[in-house]
Design a protein around this ligand. Sequence first.
Ligand SMILES: C[S@@+](CC[C@H](N)C(=O)[O-])C[C@H]1O[C@@H](n2cnc3c(N)ncnc32)[C@H](O)[C@@H]1O
Length: 221
Amino acid sequence: MNTHEIRVTGDGSKTIFLPELNETYHSSNGAVQESLHIFIQNGLDLVKKKGPIRILEVGFGTGLNAFLSASWAEKNNQPIHYIGIEAKPLPPELCFQLDYPRHIGQNTEKIYDELIHCDWEIENQLSPHFSIHKKEMKIQDFVTEEPTDLIYFDAFGPRVQSEMWDITILDKMFQSLNSGGSLVTYCAQGQFKRDLKAVGFSLESLPGPPGKREMTRATRI
Ligand SMILES: C[S@@+](CC[C@H](N)C(=O)[O-])C[C@H]1O[C@@H](n2cnc3c(N)ncnc32)[C@H](O)[C@@H]1O
């Protein structure tokens, strides 16, 4: 039985479907469109910092969010240091088949290739402004070494993986952020938002990507 299936989403970009969980890695309305809207336009574009930006991603998956961030770093001449946490890394050959560089722009093949093939557990300087440290571990075991400026919270949904949305993890996310730093996610569920408030976040409910009414940005004031 196939453990991973490749599916084409509404904007023509591909994602992975996991039959075991009946869940896709991205929105079926558009994988690239969703990542750009939630993590870049409502996350990275809004970070106001002169020095290197530190990003923590929960659920590195296909590397799409890291790829968009690396492209952003070079376009804006803004150094980014990225930490990608992933409990079950995907085979690079599978990620390669998603053909993401075709959607992101010319001359981006090399950086995506390096992103999915670079070693785990070490620092990799992939381009002049982008370095990444991929960590194979559960977020439950992650300990912050240096505070971060932005968190991409991209876990599977509460319906299939409720433990990822537990208040203890949200508290850990809050403690990992610099003051003024934000967490962005596609999730806008009521209990999730109440828990974010309870651990100290200040919330904004923003319009979601096409096909989704709302998304969440939570800031540590
Ligand atoms: C929605 S997908 C991530 C999509 C990804 N950001 C991308 O652009 O492809 C959720 C990811 O979280 C990972 N995951 C599941 N449990 C986890 C855990 N306890 N800690 C860290 N990552 C986990 C899954 O293996 C999966 O890759």
